[in-house]
Design a protein around this ligand. Structure first.
Ligand code: 13P
Length: 248
């Protein structure tokens, strides 16, 4: 499967710094002969337009970090999926654990956001993953099953959906699961998806949580890992590029 390396910039980057980072990545990607992987950056909404312009013609995709479930309306401060598409976005992250944790987002709403993404012609990157307490309790697989059942719409296809497994305790902590644990969860996610949709074998499953240049090759070599969702390390062109080169 063609891997996807995605950078989630979260609430970081000014317009100046973000466009400089984008230009740097765009040049490297455009000049690369072997581009057997997709590259995506998800900047904060305020600079999506500028970053998209900086990446124009490079082949690097731009995405949003979240969208509202409604098409438009009186939702102060929110961004609709169609607005992201209007700026040239191809993807949108939904259900990131930081949205689940700090904004109380539940599976059902995340599924509605994914549907809004489909309606706007965007690929939804649906995030799932257990907390540390859930892992310690032996519930990691059950949590992923529940999140898939609740947040992956029955209209999901391999073309409109990517699943990102991000164990909450691995995000921004420098800790990662063992490759054996990642293999177990990703195989489980694949099996669960096949209960909910056709063509689950072709859905890209990303691993996210403290992916760095030093561990990317190992993590990306795990069966059923079809790419990475990178936070902190995606803010550095050198680090993000080094991670992407693990696919070459
Ligand atoms: P880190 O790579 O900083 O751990 O963040 C992962 C993440 O949350 C990506 O969405």
């Amino acid at each position: 499967m063609r891997p996807l390396i995605a950078g989630n910039w979260k609430m970081n980057m000014t317009k100046t710094a973000g466009t400089a980072l984008a230009r740097d990545l765009g040049l490297r990607y455009a000049e690369q002969a072997e581009r057997d992987y997709d590259l995506l950056v998800c900047p904060p909404a305020t600079i999506i337009d500028a970053v998209g312009q900086a990446l124009a013609g490079s082949g690097v995709f731009v995405g949003g970090q979240d969208c509202h479930a409604a098409q438009d309306g009186a939702y102060t401060g929110e961004v609709a999926a169609g607005m992201l598409a209007d700026l040239g976005c191809t993807h949108v992250i939904v259900g990131h654990s930081e949205r689940r944790q700090y904004h109380g987002e539940l599976d059902l709403l995340i599924g509605e956001k994914a549907k809004a993404a489909y309606k706007a012609g965007l690929i939804a990157i649906i995030c799932i993953g257990e907390t540390e307490a859930e892992r310690d309790a032996g519930d990691a697989l059950a949590v992923c099953s529940r999140q898939i059942a609740g947040s992956v719409p029955n209209t999901a296809t391999p073309e409109n959906t990517v699943i990102a497994y991000e164990p909450v305790w691995a995000i921004g902590t420098g800790r990662t699961p063992t490759t054996g644990d990642v293999a177990e969860v990703h195989a489980h996610i694949r099996a669960e998806l096949s209960r909910h949709m056709a063509g689950a074998d072709a859905v890209r499953l990303l691993y996210g949580g403290s992916v760095k240049p030093g561990n990317a090759s190992q993590l990306l070599a795990v069966p059923n890992v079809d790419g990475a969702l990178v936070g902190g390390a995606s803010l550095s062109a050198d680090d993000f590029w080094a991670i992407a080169q693990s696919c070459v």
